[in-house]
Design a protein around this ligand. Structure first.
Ligand code: ZN
Length: 145
């Protein structure tokens, strides 16, 4: 197990822009605010979305298309560093007009209306690096710890 201790940084609340992609807008916010480590939640509604499932046999993401406008019931994610930039990794649960729920790794989420809570962590951020066992870019060992 790899662990890292952080101090509490700022708490940000934000109303995300109509028509923006959640991941893009949060990563831009992190860059603007100099946030390299943190956690986030968001709720609201999306006009379109694409989720994904990671196939552990083929080590590839399978896309899960989401039909039509949906409620964003829960989006949970974190911020760390990948390729020298703040990188947002998020998962989401969305529901359709009948309340049916889909969930997965969030590839795209176009905001109809959404509210973000972002908690900044202070300290040496995790840096993502390719993991040959899983095929994913996981948090790597930090030389400074
Ligand atoms: Zn994921």
């Amino acid at each position: 197990m790899l662990t890292n201790n952080f101090g509490q940084g700022r708490c940000l609340l934000a109303r995300l822009d109509h028509g923006a992609d959640i991941l893009h807008q949060v990563s831009c916010l992190a860059k603007e605010e100099g946030i390299e480590a943190g956690v986030l939640t968001a709720i609201g509604a999306l006009s379109t979305a694409e989720l994904a499932y990671y196939d552990q046999a083929s080590l590839e993401y399978r896309k899960i298309p989401v039909e039509g406008p949906v409620e964003l019931l829960s989006c949970l994610g974190n911020i760390s560093i990948r390729d020298g930039q703040p990188f947002v990794h998020a998962h989401a649960m969305v529901s359709d007009s009948q309340g049916r729920v889909l969930g997965g790794h969030l590839n795209t989420g176009i905001v109809f209306a959404a509210e973000l809570y972002l908690q900044e962590f202070l300290g040496e951020p995790f840096k993502r690096e390719h993991d040959s066992v899983t095929g994913l870019y996981l948090w790597g060992k930090n030389e400074n710890l």
